[in-house]
Design a protein around this ligand. Structure first.
Ligand code: PEP
Ligand code: MN
Length: 339
């Protein structure tokens, strides 16, 4: 349920509506911005009687939120959320490019790749310090040392950094160093991790689980927003299908659906979708053409020597070409759709 206040509602009137809702044992979450203030009612069991709030001063209307995800829904917030990452806005129509290696392998390597991607068009640097690997024998990441290297990359290049918190145990540490905390596909429904992310003041990049429906994914985002963190960026990274020509199947239809259903920005990871570098550039182009707000891409200076995901990591020249092509597509997209 959404209690929509009149445009000129005074702060005391908004306060009074919040109190009226909370006095009934419900949670009131004001959603400021845009044309109006609306108050989303949460934690109701069953339908709420709209007439209880209709009569309050400066209330314009009381409308139901029909979706199971409330704060995430466009019904609650019609205008797009713009997540600010150290001065880089995500979701405002300007395409954001996050790029870097799958894993941070060494300081020199990370700094070199960071320079490469920055010069070629990246805005934000990616790199895993804690890696969720299928095999316990595979490279697990450098841990805190990797996070310190990411901090050095930020200091030397000015790029914000995104890196994954693979569990509750490392969340505080990752949160301390990262500009964006990534929650990976394997953890999309790790509800205690989502709750912890909800308490964070850092933006969260929530990847879609490899077998998750869009509703399950948006409900996972709802956990984070319900906890009080509105800075959520969604990331489509492909889902499991019967296909063997690619690592996953990039669900391009998810982008328009999510943009219709939610106000949160959505980016695409063509690298983990593809699994093979030759598919990454075409999938990146397609993702921009269906209206994503940005890409996150794996790039390595020597992919054949990478300690993880080398086969899907772009060579520097391929990344340059990707940036050139998506810039062109993005400008056509904006003109064609008036975005
Ligand atoms: C990653 O981005 O490093 C990663 C492990 O991706 P995903 O969670 O999408 O598999
Ligand atoms: Mn990877």
């Amino acid at each position: 349920m959404l209690v929509v206040m009149k445009k000129n509602a005074a702060p005391e009137q908004i306060e009074a509506a919040v109190s009226a809702i909370e006095n009934r044992g419900l949670t009131a979450r004001p959603i400021p911005g845009g044309e109006r203030v609306a108050i989303c009612i949460l934690h109701n069991r069953g339908a709420v009687d709209a007439s209880l709030f209709m009569q309050l001063p400066a209330v314009k209307e009381v409308i139901p939120v029909t979706r199971p995800f409330k704060l995430v829904s466009r019904e609650s917030q019609p205008f797009d959320t713009i997540v600010d990452v150290g001065g880089t806005p995500i979701g405002n129509g300007h395409l954001v490019v996050m790029a870097g290696p799958c894993a941070i392998e060494s300081e020199a390597g990370a700094l070199e790749i960071a320079q490469i991607v920055k010069e070629r068009g990246a805005h934000i640097f990616r790199g895993g310090a804690f890696k969720p690997r299928t095999s316990p024998y595979a490279f697990q990441g450098l841990g805190e040392e990797g996070l310190k290297i990411l901090a050095k990359v930020r200091a030397e290049t000015g790029m914000a950094v995104v890196t994954e918190a693979i569990d509750h145990e490392v969340f505080d540490l990752v949160e301390h160093y990262a500009d964006i905390v990534q929650i990976g596909a394997r953890n999309m429904q790790n509800f205690s991790l989502l709750r912890r992310a909800g308490k964070s003041r850092k933006p969260v990049l929530l990847k879609r689980g490899m077998a998750a429906t869009i509703e399950e994914w948006l409900m996972a985002a709802e956990y984070i927003m319900e906890g009080g963190n509105n800075q959520v960026i969604l990331c489509e990274r492909g889902v499991r299908t019967f296909a063997s020509h690619s690592r996953n199947t990039l669900d391009l239809s998810a982008i328009p659906v999510v943009r219709q259903e939610s106000h949160l920005p959505i980016i695409v990871d063509p690298s983990h979708a593809a699994g093979f570098r030759d598919q990454v550039v075409p999938l990146g182009r397609a993702a921009v053409a269906v209206g994503c707000h940005g890409l996150i891409v794996e790039v390595h200076n020597a992919p054949e020597k990478a300690l993880s995901d080398g086969a899907q990591s772009l060579y520097p020249d391929q990344f340059l070409e990707l940036c050139r092509q998506i810039e062109a597509i993005s400008s056509v997209y904006k003109t064609a759709t008036n975005y």
